[in-house]
Design a protein around this ligand. Structure first.
Ligand code: SF4
Length: 355
């Protein structure tokens, strides 16, 4: 019943689900997961089509971060043995972007491990953004932490298409995850990035000890920010961090989370990111049937991923074409602040080797 009601709401009435409707779906036994996955896939196809968008990351400044996010091996508060280095040379960033493009990515995200960028660091990031644009033609995203209005505007002016700033955790558990900045600090930067015209990429990490209800709250908290893209990371407990002993989420819980996120945010790019290899294991394909329509390819910030070739081969096998660019993925927000679901967007695609 809850699945039929959700299907009717999303595919016939074309209205967002209420939290109660999503909770009813979430409370179905995990043995019913195939039915939830089937619905999430239908919703994804209806709102976003079969394309999968590929992005790669560069950890352009690693470690020694002053913040204390409990999941993060780059925090200076924890003894994790992570690499520590200042911002890379522009040439190294461009070389990584070129490799990403050659591997099939259409978007390249420059990430630095800081609370927020100093003016000097921002100057260097902008030099790198300009060089990647000029030499690769890739869309560039940035993830630089908390921004001032002037910094956000500079990034937008230099053509940064998308700004990543994750909320990371549900509001209710954020103080357990980080004490050096607040949830509202993160919300503020997310809204600031959007106000400059950059697209908002905003997600978080599953499996940090949140309850299923908190996970659903989190999906709604994200949806309220109207993100274009939602990275879904799964905790890969890093030695030396306070979450080192946290049990890894099961594959079925992870698939359920992906599918619920798709039901809550039917038109977003939902990107499988860090921890997907650890948590989904052999079930990578199921993640893409459960509503995800974007992947980080290659390595993550401090952990290794699969090879891009493996992911491209997987998409080929699934008959899911690689999207030819990041594209839009937004709710339509009416003047009275209510959300409406958009009509299915026009689709462009680069066919893979698919019959
Ligand atoms: S998540 Fe970001 S802000 Fe938090 S400790 Fe890691 S690098 Fe610093």
């Amino acid at each position: 019943m809850p699945l039929a009601a959700a299907e009717r709401a999303l595919l016939e009435e074309r209205r967002p689900l209420t939290k109660e409707e999503v909770l009813a779906v979430a409370r179905l036994p995990l043995d019913d997961l195939p039915d939830l996955i089937a619905l999430a896939h239908k919703v994804r196809l209806e709102y976003r089509g079969p394309e999968v968008e590929l992005e790669s990351l560069i950890n352009a400044k690693s470690g020694a971060c002053a913040e204390d996010c409990a999941f993060c091996s780059q925090s200076a508060h924890f003894d994790t043995g992570v690499d520590v280095y200042p911002f890379l040379d522009v040439e190294e960033v461009v070389a990584a972007a070129r490799d990403s493009r050659d591997a099939g990515a259409t978007q390249f995200c420059i990430v630095v491990a800081v609370r927020g960028p100093s003016e000097r660091l921002l100057d260097r990031v902008i030099d790198a953004v300009d060089a990647v644009h000029a030499e690769t033609g890739l869309e560039v995203a940035c993830s630089l932490g908390l921004l001032t209005p002037e910094q956000a505007q500079r990034l937008a002016t230099h053509g940064v298409r998308r700004y990543n700033h994750n909320l990371e955790a549900p509001r209710s558990m954020f103080p357990r995850i980080c004490t050096t900045h607040t949830y509202d600090d993160r919300v503020e930067t997310a809204l600031l990035a959007k106000s400059t015209g950059m697209e908002l990429c905003c997600g978080g990490i599953m499996g940090m000890g949140e309850t299923l209800e908190e996970r659903i709250d989190f999906a709604f908290e994200l949806a309220a920010l109207d993100p274009c893209e939602v990275p879904v990371n799964f905790l890969n407990p890093r030695p030396g961090t306070p979450l080192a002993a946290t049990p890894v989420l099961s594959s079925r819980e992870a698939l359920q989370a992906i599918a619920l996120f798709r039901l809550v945010m039917p038109a977003a790019w939902i990107r499988l990111a860090g921890g997907r290899e650890l948590v989904l294991g052999e079930l990578q394909a199921m993640g893409l049937y459960a509503g995800a329509n974007a992947l980080i390819i290659g390595n993550y910030l401090t952990t290794l991923g699969r090879t891009p070739e493996e992911d491209i081969a997987l998409l080929d096998a699934l008959g899911m074409p690689v999207a030819d660019g990041p594209g839009e993925g937004r709710y339509v927000v009416a003047a009275d602040g209510t959300h409406a679901l958009p009509a299915r967007p026009p689709r462009t695609r680069i066919p893979l080797n698919v019959e």
